[in-house]
Design a protein around this ligand. Structure first.
Ligand code: NAD
Ligand code: 9W4
Length: 510
């Protein structure tokens, strides 16, 4: 076992020790916050049947015994249920959030204290080491990630559970610069955040020149939650620099379809309602992009009896929209008459400043795509005379001078949600627990697979076999009182599958 590095040095302006982190770092461990978090965790457990079924199925066998898991994933209520599932199956867990804003402080607090069965209290917490608080600075964020990667005895994780690839990146860059003998000058970094990563790695290297190499050797693999993280993994695989096996959880059907379609179907209207209280029925809503997210959004608004219009650049998706009963339009033709605009393209500059200047008074504008450049708010801010008035957190009125489209007005306003960032997360709490259960059940299966079968895996990126994807779905059916029809052996033979599945070829599109 490695000995713990010791230094009295703190990292940048965080006041936090580079090594020898405290047992946890959360915002508030007051009894009220902990009790609120625990109540919400208990409610979420009931809606996370996949995770709870894995607990029941594997609790006695403890397939994750000996696993030391570092998680880097939004520290929410649903993530607390994931963490407690991993622990129930035998793992030791250390956790950081993968986003400076996404931590639900009551979830982090309750997780640190531990479930009632642990006997933990705010005074004597018995839960895992969590390093996450809402509103971290970038320096604090990367400190939290390092703290989640280092055990008090100096050991590192043998598994990583990542969302976006930051924990994986820190290990890979650390090992790369250790092998090179030095860390590049932070002044050469492409952006402020990478400069902080370089400063962290330089501080670690100054102190211990074998830290990352040793840590990387101990890691059996990573399971990755999102497209961005998976793309980074494939880049490393292509470059031959991937240091351990990786399972791409994002491409499981029970992850991606739930995240994109059903999650957004639930949380788009949730976000608009929490932000505006505007009656949706009878309004005209434009969804830009009819991919999976756009399809969920269109269903969401149609469910409220909005009249939904769609914009698309891809003829297949445009035809799908028509077949689903939506009118496919160009934004410029409806920008003056529609009431609600939602971007879901993953592309940029979809709603321009010029569009927003032509919109109806109090039109609602929001984005549900990953990046905040789908709506050109920076361009709108530059229009002479434009004024932004904050109504409440995540809701702004932008007052736009003439020419508006109403002749009797000198100026008009639009209502912009979540500053053009993901509105379902900025204005609401994202996906419901049931959706996260589907994603996270894949994560737990991937961790069990990497822990128990790691000799099967090379330093490559893998997806979970379809049989496990089907298993995740199966685990969620019972809660919905669904009764699955069983194939007869003859029927199975006739369609060329086995009675137990998998039921579809790999290339099947659901
Ligand atoms: P997708 O590729 O399936 O769909 C995007 C669609 O937008 C495509 O059909 C594409 O043809 C269309 N498009 C591209 N440029 C366009 C343009 N200029 N005008 C109109 N349409 C255009 O992707 P997806 O899975 O639907 O994801 C879309 C975005 O949502 C991504 O950024 C993704 O990361 C994000 N996402 C958000 C959440 C959330 O909870 N907010 C969840 C999952 C994914
Ligand atoms: N959340 C988030 C929350 C608030 C927030 C700058 C200040 C994603 C997936 C899951 O990103 C997430 N506030 C922001 S950014 C931001 C982001 N800002 C921006 O100005 C405010 C996030 C996964 N998930 C669910 O969807 C439900 N449970 C989950 O675990 C969570 C959070």
């Amino acid at each position: 076992m490695a000995s713990p590095p010791t230094t009295s040095r703190t990292f940048l302006d965080t006041g936090l020790p580079l090594f020898g982190a405290p047992p946890y770092k959360v915002s508030d461990l007051s009894p009220e916050t902990v009790a609120f978090g625990r109540k919400e965790i208990e409610l979420a457990e009931h809606e996370m049947p996949g995770l709870m079924a894995l607990r029941r199925r594997h609790r006695d066998r403890k397939p994750l015994a000996g696993a030391r898991i570092t998680g880097s994933l939004h520290m929410t209520i649903q993530t607390a249920v994931l963490i407690e599932t991993l622990i129930d199956l035998g793992a030791e867990v250390r956790w950081a959030s993968c986003n400076v804003f996404s931590t639900q402080d009551h979830a982090a607090a309750a997780a640190v204290v531990g479930p009632p069965s642990s006997g933990g209290t705010p005074a004597v917490p018995k839960g895992p080491a969590i390093f996450a608080f809402k509103g971290e600075t970038l320096a604090e964020y990367w400190w939290c990630t390092l703290a989640a990667l280092t055990w008090p005895d100096g050991a590192g994780p043998n598994l990583i559970l990542d969302d976006g690839g930051d924990a994986t990146l820190l290990v890979h860059k650390g090992a790369e610069f250790e092998a090179a003998g030095s860390v590049p000058d932070p002044a050469t970094a492409e952006n402020e955040e990478f400069a902080i990563v370089l400063r962290l790695l330089a501080a670690v290297q100054e102190h211990d020149r074998t830290f990352w190499g040793t840590l990387a050797k101990g890691i059996k693999g990573v399971s990755e939650e999102t497209t961005t993280g998976v793309n980074r993994l494939y880049q490393m695989q292509r470059a031959g620099t991937l240091l351990f096996a990786a399972i791409d959880v994002n491409n499981s059907v029970t992850k991606s379809k739930f995240d994109n379609i059903y999650g957004c179907r639930h949380s788009l209207v949730d976000g608009i309602n929490r932000a505006t209280d505007v009656m949706l029925a009878g309004k005209v809503a434009v969804i830009c992009g009819y991919g999976d997210v756009g399809k969920g959004c269109a269903q969401s608004l149609r469910g409220q009896q909005c009249r939904v219009l769609v914009t698309e650049i891809d003829p297949i998706c445009a035809l799908q929209a028509c077949m689903d009963g939506y009118q496919v339009v160009r934004l410029e033709d409806v920008v003056e008459t529609a009431d609600i605009f939602v971007t879901a393209t993953g592309n940029f500059n979809i709603i321009t400043a010029e569009h927003m200047q032509r919109m109806k008074h109090n039109a609602i504008v929001g984005n549900i795509g990953h990046f905040d450049n789908e709506i050109d708010l920076a361009g709108l801010a530059k229009v002479p005379g434009v004024e932004r008035v904050n109504i409440k957190p995540q809701v702004d009125e932008w007052i736009i001078p003439a020419p508006g489209n109403a002749p009797d007005r000198k100026r008009h306003s639009i209502i912009v949600l979540a500053e053009g960032r993901l509105l379902n997360l900025g204005c609401a709490t994202g996906h419901p627990s049931f959706v996260m259960s589907s994603s996270f059940t894949n994560q737990v299966l991937a961790q069990i697979e990497l822990h128990t079968e790691h000799e099967k895996y090379e330093r490559q990126v893998y997806t979970l076999p379809k049989k496990l994807d089907e298993e995740v779905a199966r685990l969620h059916l019972e809660k919905l009182d669904a009764r699955l029809t069983e194939l007869t052996p003859q029927q199975a033979e006739y369609i060329g599958v086995s009675v137990e599945g998998p039921y579809k070829p790999v290339h099947y599109r659901y």
